[in-house]
Design a protein around this ligand. Sequence first.
Ligand code: COI
Length: 356
Amino acid sequence: MAQQIRIERTKSPKQKPDPNNLGFGKYFTDHMFIMDYSPDKGWHDPRIVPYAPLQLDPSTMVFHYGQAVFEGLKAYRADDGRILLFRPEQNMKRINASNERLCIPPIDVDFAVEAIKTLVKVDSDWIPDGKGTSLYIRPFIISTDPYLGVKPSSTYMFIIILSPSGAYYPGGINPVKIYVETSYVRAVKGGTGAAKTPGNYAASLKAQADAEKKGYIQVLWLDAIEKKYVEEVGSMNVFFVIGDEVVTPSLEGTILPGVTRSSAIDMLRSMDIKVTERKITIQELYDAHEKGLLREAFGTGTAAVISPIGELNWEGKIITINDGKIGPISQKLYDSLTALQYGKAPDKFGWVQEVK
Ligand code: COI
């Protein structure tokens, strides 16, 4: 039986941020959703309460061993005022795939989508309506046993917070410069690379910090064994236009199966553009560039949307892609995807859900 979500509204609503200066993930709304898990009750006590710090024992397992998972999706404000979500059930299915890898009990996908919709409705006056802005939704699960032994926790909290946000990269849709990482690695087969778990992101910070010092915004990861095959860019999956074909690394268990990635593949194919998922070597990209065939490169992600890549630096060899400008396929994909998400185009894929 579906559980009832208890709602306790804040008595002191916060001041809203400047809608023209949101940045990404800096501001949080008035409420949050919480649900607890214990072995005897399962997932229970779903509630929406005023947004506030959590009080957790310093021995809480998540602080020590990082047994946690998270997701990212967005609520969009359409021109006619409707509130739209993009494929939320895909994110909740993926959180369960991450849960399985991290020994966290699964959540009910339909109920979790209901929880997202209820919270978004409660804080609907926080959804920004400026161009390229949205309400970023961050569901996450943390292990909460106060215990220092290394084992799966027996208790958990599922929490959803909301953040009115603009573009993930400060330059918006302007092409980003990416450093091809050859010292550090992100994931190996059998590891946690396909799960959305904080440890993957913690382990990426050193490479990103080093790349930033060299003037690059993020790193492109290569496979951990041969340092040959292109994988992903931490906050986005990657696509390359080589000749008339779009290629993207196949899911081999080390990269995140992005919701925007799979939507981009379907949308490009619906435009009669050939898309191939396969292993791609970094050398092949440089060779294609040499021959004038590497036409475009772009990343896909909920936060990043479609972000063109204008420059790659692989061991000091710098290539500029499409003169550092957004290419026609990236632009068309960005326009088509955002038109769907903001309710400006007919939803022929059945991906958009209205929050009523
Ligand atoms: C997202 O695109 O939603 C992500 O979770 C990526 C990132 C901000 C960590």
